[in-house]
Design a protein around this ligand. Structure first.
Ligand code: AMP
Length: 214
């Protein structure tokens, strides 16, 4: 199975991608995480990525497709890929289809997480991360035991530079304009499944499991 998680920023794609990967053993491919790893380096490309990503803009298709391609062809996954944050526009979706076709594979299911904009903004504004592990918290919905610190290591938690209200609005606009047309693209391929994305992470994961096991 190759699966895509589709949804606006803050819809829970990262959290659910981790749940799906640990339950079913897929290889997680999260372009946001991969780009953030590169962004943390002081290289020229790292600085370019930082400027684009902090402002909520999309990185060029060329860069993103390059990193996805490397992972897809490098990885001899027997279970399949769990894609989160990719594709984000039609050009990326078409390129992904072509890459999988080379391996005689295709996208089996696109899980679309449905969440209102209002919920997205509240979720994003309170999001905090443990940088080294990627563990995520929310100041209101999933607070750490000690405020501002990771439960396991005690390290300080950080907020993503693009997780603030102004940038979120522009990320949502970009999502509507460039990514949402993929709903129709995958609907026409009969692989789209819509999931109610409101509730606790466990409730949402239970809905995803039902969809995957049908
Ligand atoms: P995410 O963690 O998925 O919210 O992605 C964070 C940022 O990484 C986005 O706002 C973009 O700047 C960049 N990014 C991630 N995935 C893609 C993609 N498929 N295409 C272009 N830019 C991306």
């Amino acid at each position: 199975m190759n699966i895509i998680l589709l949804g606006p920023p803050g819809s829970g794609k990262g959290t659910q991608a981790k749940n799906i990967t640990s339950e079913y053993g897929y290889v997680q491919l999260s372009t946001g995480d991969m780009l953030r790893a590169e962004y943390c380096s002081d290289s020229k490309i790292g600085l370019e990525l930082k400027a684009l990503m902090d402002g909520g803009n999309l990185v060029s298709d060329e860069i993103v497709i390059g990193i996805v391609e490397e992972r897809i062809f490098q990885n001899e996954s027997t279970t399949g890929f769990m894609l989160d944050g990719f594709p984000r526009n039609k050009a990326q979706a078409k390129k992904l289809d072509a890459m999988l076709a080379v391996k005689n594979e295709h996208i089996n299911m696109v899980l679309r997480l449905l969440v209102d904009d209002e919920v997205v903004v509240r979720r994003i504004a309170g999001r905090r991360f443990h940088l080294k592990s990627g563990r995520s918290y929310h100041v209101e919905f999933n607070p750490p035991e000690i405020s501002g610190k990771d439960d396991l290591t005690g390290d300080f938690l950080v907020q993503r530079a693009d997780d603030n209200e102004e940038v979120v609005q522009s990320r949502l606009d970009i999502y509507r304009e460039q990514t949402e047309p993929l709903v129709k693209y995958y609907e026409e391929k009969n692989v789209l499944v819509s999931i109610d994305g409101i509730g606790t992470p466990d409730e949402i994961f239970a809905r995803i499991k039902t969809a995957l096991e049908q």
